[in-house]
Every structure is written in structure tokens, then in C-alpha cells.
Design a protein around this ligand. Sequence first.
Ligand SMILES: *Cc1c(COP(=O)(O)O)cnc(C)c1O
Length: 496
Amino acid sequence: MRFYQSTRNPMLKAVASKVVLQGLADDGGLYMLNDLEDLHLDVEDCLDLNYQQLATKILGLFLDDFTNEELADCVRNAYNGKFSNDEITPLVKVNDDYILELFHGPTSAFKDMALLLLPQLMQVALKKQELQDDILILTATSGDTGKAALEGFKNLDRIHIMVFYPDSGVSAIQKRQMMTQEGNNVGVCAIEGNFDDAQSAVKRIFTSEKLKEFAEEKHIQFSTANSINFGRLVPQIVYYYKAYIDLVHRGEIECGELVDFVVPTGNFGNILAGTFAKRLGLPVHKLVCASNSNHVLTDFMQTGLYDKRREFLKTTSPSMDILVSSNLERYLYMICDKDEKIVKRYMEDLQRQMYYQLSDDQLARLKEDFYAGYSNDEETLKTISSCFRQTGYLLDPHTAVGYKVCQQYKQESKTPYKKIVLATASPYKFVRSIGKSLGLESVDEFELMKQIASVTRTEIPVPLQILKNKEILHRNVIKTRSIDEYVKERIKVWQE
Ligand SMILES: *Cc1c(COP(=O)(O)O)cnc(C)c1O
């Protein structure tokens, strides 16, 4: 049996099913596999697998206290019939590069890839760990995560979910996605204020002794679905393999040839899954870490200094607006020879003095895996319009950051390897920015959507198309301090 351990304390160990249920280790560290270097998956052995089979195989490597049947069931329940494209993650050639579209799930963002599967894994883990209590997932969201979590967890037995979003911090389309959410185990609530207000509201729940007592009486445990859960990382390894296999089948590469992946990065979950794929043996040359104007990671990868002493900027790629990328801690653990003392010191440095500095040796290792670059809003919007004019392909603002950095990387590195850019959202989720870069205007986002579709001759994803006429089911808008009351009320309603 494999053991996971906290990145900050080797004494805190857990098996996979416990890790999936628990999320964060008790000392605030992240669970990490302690024998990752023993895992291998030869891509040559995967060439005949479809997406579901490939996912089952990769999950089995990491989640070894689940049976193969359990994992195959989880994958089936998570993915079958949920994607608008049969290939699940189609690969599209745009000029000399490839765009890996990860947004054909129910919420039109790549978070679906992991958040459709995590709930299924949690449900099996509940039984395995013989947990008697039910689980309540609590999530604050700036847009993409909350909706994807709601879709993944809706109508499950023994797991409930509440999502809190900032009333004045999401787009009109994202707001409508939340307000129309269906499911007998969901709670959706707007918080007056911005994302920070929503996040501190959720923190209040976790730290409120009174609420904890109330929940215990009702046999409910709180948990989260955010991207530090290892169960969210594993499903993200799958599409790196899938993209590679597609290139082999199309005769674009020989099996064994190196490729580069470009990843629009925020919390470092997606790109970390890429480093796992590389460790498993997928022929990856570099992972290109693409950031927006909040380019802490670009600076870090170039200098080894992680420095959050800077202003937080709101950009046109909001899901990448972040100054502390939580999952980076797991990568540090890998390049520090699994020395938890060093990881712990860096994390304490970051907390206390707002920065830490890698050693030369650690930085050299990091540079073997990554190239880093960033694109500011002006460049990003320009990239959307120029890419569309030259190729007819419409990028969303997050993917455009990746595409821009990819071009920059090609000019600088001049490597011959094929480049695959991960497309993390549908452009129709971010119509204001798309409209701006194409010179289209309307006060109504749904009107703008139609204009974009007609000008670009691209299709609006069906779940977004039908949003406007869906019934509004959640109208709560509350102040942060009223959140206890809201949580209690919902729990009472569910248990009636
Ligand atoms: C979450 C998100 C990202 C960033 O992914 P990380 O795994 O947090 O690095 C990029 N683009 C979109 C559209 C997202 O929703």
C-alpha cells in the first residue's frame, strides 16, 4: 500500500482514500506521495486506450487502495454523457501549434476535468474509511471552481455542498450559472462584497466553534474541494497523456519524441499534474508556465526568489489572479529531495517575511522542468484578436496568456519540439474581454455572446446558451456576518 505524507512532517501519513477525504494534512502541509519516483507509465502501453480507460489506469497508480472496478465506476459516473465532444479533450491544430481543449464539460472551464471525478472518489472513500458522518463541502469561489464543484457534487448521497460567491465579483454569466444551479444537496449564496469577503466568510465557518458543535450534533463534517486536494491533481495527469497519444496517432510525432506543454497557471495545480506526467515517463521536454500581470511565478522561475511583496492586480484572466500558488509547495518538496525541514522553512519564510529564496542547486533542478513567461492584459487582448484574424481560432483570455507565452518561448528557445497549449476555458465564459478585443459592444452579456458567435462563426456551448432562460433557484445575498445563520438553515432544510 502506498502512503502519502505531509510536505511538512513525515510522521503525518495517510493512505489514498483518507487523503482524498481529508484534503489538507493536519499540520497545514499538503499530502504528497513519498515514492513518486517508483511509479512509471510507458506511453507506448497506452496507445490503444480511450480517455476513460486511460483515466482508470492513471488513477490506479496513485489511488492504490481503490479497486480497479471502483475506479472504472468513478470514471464512468464522472465523465460519461457529460461532455459536448466525444473525445472529451480534443486537440486542435492552430498554425504550427496544438491547442488542447479542456473546456467541453458542463461548466465550460477545465476545472470540470477534476471536479467531476473528485466527488465520485470521495463517495467511495467515505465507505472505505467507514466514516459515519455526512460531509459538507464549503467553497468560496471567484467564478470557475464553485460552479464546477456544484456540477460535480450535485445529487450525491451523503455529501452536501455550499458555494459562496462575491455578489460584485463575478461576471453576469458566471452569476447566472450559480443562481440556476440544480440539485437536492446544494446551497448557493452570494456574499455582499468582493472575493476576499466571500473567502473570509467561508473561513469563519471553519473556525466557528458554535457551528462546529452544531454540525457535530447533526453528524456532519466540513471539508473542501479546492485544488490542494490530491484527488484533484490525479485526474489532471490524464489529458497530458491523451494529447501525446493523439499526436502519435495523427502521425505528428513518433512515439518517444519530446514535446512541450504550455500551461496558463494560477494555483499551480494543472502544471504540477504535468510534472507528474513527466516523472511517470511521458516524453516531456519543458512545461511552460504562463502567468498574467501577477507574475510571481515567472520571477520565481527565473531567479529562485519567490516574492509576494507586490500589488495584487485584477486582470482579464481572473482565474489566474493569485500571488501565492498553493500547489507549488508540492513541487518544492520534489526539488528539495523530500526534505520536509526545508519546505517548512520556506513556507514559514513566506508567511513571516513574504519571500523565500531557493538554493542554486534547487533552481537548476527547477529549470530542467520549466520555462516561464507572462503576458499583460494589453498583450493578451491583442493576442486574441491577432490569433483570430490569422487562424480563425478564438482563444479565451486565460488560454491567450498561454498562447502568447508560447510564441515568446518559441522565439527564445528555438527548440524543434511540438508545442501543446492547454486551453482552460471557453471564450464564451469571458465575453466582455472577447468583445473588447474584437471591437464588439453591448451592455447585455448574453447579447454580446450572440454577437461574438455571429462574427466569429463559432458555437456557443449549449450550457451557456440555455442559461438565460433557466429558472433562478438561488436568490440569497447575505452579509459576511450572517453566514452562520445561512449554514444552519440549509442544514436544517436538508435534514427534514
Ligand atoms: C483555475 C484556472 C486556471 C489556473 O489553473 P491552476 O491549476 O490553478 O494553475 C487557469 N485558467 C482557468 C480558466 C481556470 O479556471
